[in-house]
Ligand binder design. Structure first.
Ligand code: CMP
Length: 142
């Protein structure tokens, strides 16, 4: 398995619930390292650019409004098989379908307020990391 990087976002619902530490603990206990982190409050336009791949989906406008409703924590996670491992730790997009013990099963409120985002492929991870971070902001532990 390769060492990979992936983008993780702790979304407004989880920031508001004060569970940032619990979520990062799960990443670290499962072998992922936080190699970059920044808290920011996106505008709806910025959220729209990040989620441009969903532009045609019926939930796009609500998603942009939601993601700009409060502060988020954007992070880069690094580790063995980081993309798939992060998605496993997050659980299914819809918390009603998320496996017990996953972040979304434990913290998410709805399919929209689902606590975390994680890149879905190595290719998309590179694009999503570059959306938030420049090279000199990434502090690899390798
Ligand atoms: P995320 O992994 O951040 O990627 C896109 C987001 O759109 C997703 O999590 C959900 O929070 C949100 N979303 C809202 N409604 C839906 C839906 N019906 N299907 C998939 N994603 C949705």
């Amino acid at each position: 398995m390769a060492i990979q990087r992936t983008l993780s976002i702790i979304k407004p619902d989880a920031v508001a619930k004060n569970v940032i530490g619990d979520i990062i603990r799960r990443f670290e206990e499962n072998g992922l390292s936080v190699i970059a982190a920044r808290m920011l409050h996106l505008s709806a336009e910025e959220a729209g650019r990040f989620y441009a791949v969903h532009k045609e989906r019926p939930f796009y406008k609500d998603l942009c409004a939601y993601m700009s409703s409060g502060p988020i924590l954007a992070m880069v996670l690094e580790g063995q098989n980081a993309v798939a491992l992060n998605r496993q730790l997050m659980g299914a997009t819809n918390p009603k379908e998320a496996e017990a013990g996953t972040i979304r099963a434990d913290h998410a409120e709805s399919i929209e307020a689902n606590s975390v985002h994680g890149s879905d492929s190595v290719e998309n991870a590179a694009t999503e990391v570059a959306f938030f971070f420049g090279d000199i902001e990434l502090h690899s532990r390798r």
